[in-house]
Design a protein around this ligand. Structure first.
Ligand code: KIV
Ligand code: ZN
Length: 512
């Protein structure tokens, strides 16, 4: 039988303390509603005394949200506690979270108070909060840098005063998993009345150990974890909710005695919402919720995933609300993923067609970071509409500028023979078309020219479609390239090849 670890979400309080992350009331309500869907046990909705906006948000969340405990933060000060109590008045389940620093450095420099006074103020704070709500949590701020013996005294005293949760914060993210685990084990063993309270932890991420410290704390007796969506929070942030939840779920072999009530399928949706509302972008390689967390680019990995997903995936994407893993097509991708993607896009190609398209894809992938589906469609359509090429483009060089006569040098191949010529023109496209005319001994009249970006971004693939009149025949040509001048020349040459093909078959569209 596994024990449930309580998930205390502080995205709306500590998370909102991330520089630039402020949310308005409507946005906070949206996050709170999503946290209900995620099934967190407690929502720390804000610090009511901090600002009228914070008060209003805690009050609105307390008035509407049902299910999780709604928590308001307060210093061990009367005005803070009264404000928190007032904001939480209509909550279905309310908790006041009082905190006071217990480390020497905080007591001496920040609070300028001695241990005895801190002890008294902590007890008074809890007692006062207890007059308003049944559920009181106490945090000895900077606990991990506090004298452990003094910490025991404070924790014991606040439990006696009525705190039902004692939260041990690693406020500055200084602790390590081994050390923090030992501290929790020590408190669990030494605090005489610890069985009357839940041990909670609140780990910051300054050394990147927030999640590891939280897991270590569970193994040593903590039963509530304070965390945030996407790990946002003061400075380097807090332990990330999604990482903690998925560690417990994925490594069930190690942590089978622990579970959470979280509906993990809501994780991605919650992450996106918080990111959009706070403007804090999730790094692509962020565990669980990063854009690349379920994306594979290397050919060997893609091949493995297509054969058996668990070769390179330790979690099922759907378990965190991601529809499916992504095989990103790029220069490291292999033929297997390429063919799979084409099938997804509805192309039914024979082996030769796939091989030809794959070679062209590799050339494109060297020039373009991301290959979108639209790029593939353009690539395949161009290939499928390929008619036997009488002339093949070998090389093109165009010189242009506002003080230069546009000049193009073109090298084509016909029946294995290299033919080269150069021409000037009104513009770079005109120059390249004239050079092609000189080599092919044809003289096309450009009737229509259109250029569009097949995909977005600075490195987008440009697609040029031309209509060319050649000896009373109107032919269409298409070319794509990341360079629009090359795409233009390819389109014109494609039109010429089509003309020669149609002439030979005599089934073209007669007349203009
Ligand atoms: O980091 C911290 O110590 C806090 C407390 C208020 C719990 O955020
Ligand atoms: Zn904090």
């Amino acid at each position: 039988m596994s024990e449930q670890i309580l998930v205390f979400d502080t995205t709306l309080r500590d998370g909102e303390q991330s520089p630039g992350a402020s949310m308005n009331l409507r946005e906070k309500m949206e996050v709170a509603r999503q946290l209900v869907r995620l099934k967190v046990d407690a929502i720390e909705a804000g610090f009511p005394i901090a600002s009228p906006g914070d008060f209003e948000a805690v009050q609105a969340i307390a008035n509407e949200i049902r299910g999780p405990i709604i928590v308001g933060l307060a210093r061990c000060m009367e005005k803070d506690i009264v404000a928190a109590a007032e904001a939480l008045k209509k909550a279905e389940r309310s908790r006041i979270h009082v905190f006071l620093a217990t480390s020497k450095i905080h007591m001496e420099y920040k609070l300028k108070k001695a241990e005895a006074e801190i002890l008294r103020q902590a007890v008074e704070g809890v007692k006062l909060a207890k007059k308003y709500v049944k559920d009181v949590e106490f945090s000895p701020e900077d606990a991990s840098r506090s004298d452990p013996e003094f910490l025991v005294k404070v924790v014991e005293a606040v439990i006696d005063a009525g705190a039902s949760t004692v939260n041990i914060p690693d406020t500055v993210g200084y602790s390590t998993p081994e050390e923090f685990g030992k501290l929790i084990a020590y408190l669990n063993k030494t605090v005489s009345n610890i069985n009357q309270a839940v041990i909670s932890v609140h780990c910051h991420n300054d050394l990147g150990l927030g999640v590891a410290n939280s897991i270590s704390a569970i193994l040593n007796g903590a039963r509530q974890l304070e965390c945030t969506i996407n790990g946002i929070g003061e400075r380097a942030g807090n332990a990330s909710l999604e990482e903690i939840v998925m560690i417990l779920k994925t490594r069930d072999d190690l942590y089978k005695s622990f579970t959470t009530g979280i509906d993990s399928r809501q994780i991605m949706k919650t992450s996106r919402l918080v990111s959009n509302l706070t403007g804090i972008v999730v790094q692509p390689n962020k565990a669980i919720v990063g854009e690349n967390a379920f994306a594979h680019e290397a050919g060997i990995h893609q091949d493995g995933v297509l054969k058996k997903q668990s070769t390179y995936e330790i979690m099922r994407p759907e378990d965190v609300g991601v529809q499916e893993s992504k095989l990103v097509l790029g220069k490291h991708s292999g033929r297997h993923a390429f063919r799979d993607r084409l099938e997804h896009l509805g192309f039914d190609l024979d082996a030769d067609e796939v091989n030809r398209a794959f070679d062209r894809f590799k050339v494109l992938a060297d020039k373009k970071k991301t290959i979108y589906d639209e790029d593939l469609v353009a690539l395949i359509e161009e290939d499928l509409s390929t008619i036997p090429a009488v002339f093949e483009m070998e090389y093109i060089n165009i010189c242009t500028g506002d003080k230069t006569v546009p000049t193009a040098t073109v090298r084509l191949k016909r029946d294995g023979k290299i033919l080269e010529d150069a021409a000037t023109g009104d513009g770079p496209v005109d120059a390249s078309y004239k050079a092609i005319d000189r080599i092919t001994k044809l003289s096309g009249k450009l009737k229509d020219y259109s250029l569009k970006a097949v995909t977005g971004g600075k490195d987008a693939l440009g697609e040029v479609v031309v209509k060319v009149a050649l000896n009373n025949r109107l032919v269409v040509g298409k070319g794509t390239s990341t360079d629009i001048l090359v795409a233009s020349a390819n389109a014109y040459l494609n039109a010429i090849n089509r003309y020669l093909f149609l002439e030979e078959r005599r089934d073209g569209i007669p007349g203009l």
